[in-house]
Design a protein around this ligand. Structure first.
Ligand SMILES: [Zn+2]
Length: 464
């Protein structure tokens, strides 16, 4: 007799607004076909996670698989994603040697995703800037048509080709084009002139120890950039999104602009909720990221903004640099800016919520449903709902420790700011479109099992 369902997965289902204890997810093909509580329906296979928490697979709305080694980096980043319960990676366009600046490049990157990815991948696009500082804004419509989920720009130049600064004039022109696509444009928010001036002064004074990474990128650098990008958004009608606010003030500014009719929002990376300037001193290069960690008081303000509903979603900004580019040898400035975060995302976020006595539903909302919605991937991704892809992350409660040696990426990327941190849970299983891809010990997915997820619709995202 054929079974009505291919697989049922048992456990406490964590939805954005409630937990269904003693629940089940019934899968047919690649999609969720039924959910409920109590006795599960018959199925060809049963995965018994009773007593564990079954979340939607996490959607990491901001990560960089290919900044340091190019598109081959998709393989290891998505391997660690599978082990970390992340089933959709929304990958940034700042790839070496060629950023994703037109539809042909996007299609080429999609081929690499289909060859290498262990989990599903959505893609940002950006624009090329030529030697005269002119941008190729005519590529924007083509990128949107080819399935890019969002756009990414920067107010700060890390690299003239890979990660260029887009000046206000070009930004205004590009935002006008993006407004017509209804896609969101996320912007790296640090003021170029202020950071360059403070960095030059620090170097001239011989201040090159780790804390000067924070001192040369103060809150004002973020807030000046936030004001500029939202003002251009207000004029052009584009949905402008702070790619990472380390400060409560960034969310307050976004809210002010929304009240004045702008389409403005912002996300916070997980590390800004728990890491502080003292951690930069302790971790040296392994705690270097942009924007930098702030004060303990600021982390508390960020929790306040999350709980008041002004943070769009939580991301990792996973950006693995080779270990030798992170080792401090007396000068913090030349080291790579970026942390690994894929495999630590679910266990650390779950732990922070437990430590604060907060509901795990916040993880289902801010690390699954909302990033999927902001990137136009919902309802297919980010929720346990009938018809959605059966992507699941199963968390087992217990006392664990994060060990960077367990990161499943390439050996040179096995470093973490969370190394040695006590955890309240671990990822016991991950399912991608109904199939187990991580069993708590091994990744079962193979390179190429992951697929490109194009934007599902061109509707503007509803904002709070
Ligand atoms: Zn980033």
């Amino acid at each position: 007799m054929s079974q009505p369902y291919d697989r049922v997965i048992l456990g406490d289902l964590v939805l954005p607004d409630r937990v269904l204890e003693g629940g089940y997810v019934a899968v047919r093909g690649e999609a969720v076909a039924a959910i409920g509580q109590g006795a599960p329906p018959p199925a060809a296979e049963t995965a018994d996670h009773a007593g564990r928490l079954v979340f939607p697979g996490l959607v990491d709305g901001h990560m960089h698989t290919a900044s340091s080694i190019g598109w081959p980096g998709i393989e290891g980043a998505t391997l660690s994603a599978a082990a970390g319960g992340v089933t959709t990676c929304v990958d940034m366009p700042y790839d070496i040697p060629r950023p994703v600046t037109d539809a042909d490049l996007l299609r080429e990157k999609v081929e690499w995703v289909h060859r290498l990815a262990h989990v599903d991948v959505a893609l940002y696009g950006t624009i090329r800037k030529d030697a005269q500082g002119q941008g190729m804004v005519e590529a924007i419509a083509g990128l949107a048509a080819a399935g890019a989920c969002s756009f990414k720009f920067s107010t700060y130049e890390y690299d003239a080709v890979r990660f260029p600064r887009i000046d206000p004039g070009l930004m205004r022109e590009a935002f006008g084009e993006i407004a017509r696509t209804n896609l969101m444009v996320a912007v790296h928010n640090e003021d170029q002139e202020l950071v360059m001036k403070l960095t030059a002064e620090a170097k001239a004074a011989g201040h090159t120890d780790p804390i000067w990474h924070c001192r040369t990128r103060p809150p004002l650098a973020e807030n000046l950039a936030n004001l500029a990008i939202f003002e251009i958004g207000l004029e052009t009608g584009a949905h402008v999104h702070i790619a990472h606010s380390s400060l409560a003030r960034g969310f307050d500014i976004a809210e002010d602009f929304r009240r004045r009719g702008a389409r403005s929002s912002g996300e916070a990376c997980l590390h800004y909720f728990c890491m502080t300037e003292e951690d930069v001193v302790r971790l040296q290069g392994f705690g270097k990221c942009n924007p930098p960690f702030r004060t303990r008081a600021e982390t508390e303000l960020l929790w306040d903004r999350l709980l008041s509903g002004t943070v769009a979603y939580i991301s990792t900004d996973h950006a693995p640099w080779q270990r030798e580019r992170k080792v401090y040898q007396g000068d913090i400035f030349p080291l790579g800016a970026g942390l690994t975060g894929m495999q630590s995302f679910a266990p650390v976020l779950f732990t922070l919520l437990e430590e604060r006595g907060l509901s795990p539903t916040l993880m289902a909302k801010y690390a699954c449903a909302e990033p999927a919605r902001y990137h136009g991937l919902a309802p297919r991704k980010g929720s346990i709902a009938i018809g959605a892809d059966a992507d699941l992350c199963v968390i087992e409660r217990g006392a664990f420790t994060f060990d960077e040696a367990a990161i499943l990426d390439r050996p040179e990327f096995r470093h973490s700011a969370y190394h040695g941190r006590a955890l309240r849970g671990r990822v016991a299983a991950t399912y991608l479109r109904g199939r187990p891809i991580w069993d708590g010990a091994s990744v079962l997915a193979k390179p190429g099992d992951g697929r490109f997820v194009p934007r599902q619709n061109a509707d503007p995202v509803g904002l709070p």
